[in-house]
Design a protein around this ligand. Structure first.
Ligand SMILES: [Zn+2]
Length: 126
């Protein structure tokens, strides 16, 4: 598994393409919003985050986030770093909520079911 992080990762491109096909206009990585959401639908006051399962600690049976793939060296460093990511995500989501923004989180592993994701995005954007 590649530990790629940051902007323009593949899962994000998949979601962008999907939203584009719905003819919804969005902005990317708005730094004025908590967490710099990946896709921002300003007129709808909605944002979408595309989260890598490893970096954002996806749980509930997600094999991409399990401890077994956490780097074996510097265990404490990784534990701390990933815990901080989760904490940061939570406070960003709370901050968005406080400002009356809606958010949808799409996990990397969920992109295997593109049909399901399409439905969720469509519902979300209304
Ligand atoms: Zn996952």
């Amino acid at each position: 598994m590649a530990l790629i992080r940051g902007k323009n990762t593949k899962p994000e491109l998949i979601v962008r393409r999907l939203v584009y096909s719905m003819r919804c206009r969005y902005r990317l990585h708005d730094r004025n919003l908590p967490g710099r959401p990946d896709l921002v639908f300003k007129s709808r006051r909605k944002v979408i985050f595309v989260h890598g399962c490893f970096w954002h600690r996806h749980v509930e049976g997600c094999t991409r986030s399990t401890r077994s793939i956490t780097p074996k060296s510097r265990v404490e460093f990784w534990d701390k770093k990933l815990a901080e990511n989760v904490q940061r995500d939570r406070s960003n989501q709370a901050a968005l909520h406080d400002r009356s923004w809606d958010f949808l989180i799409i996990w990397e592993c969920e992109l295997k079911d593109l049909g399901g994701i399409t439905g969720r995005v469509r519902n979300f954007l209304g």
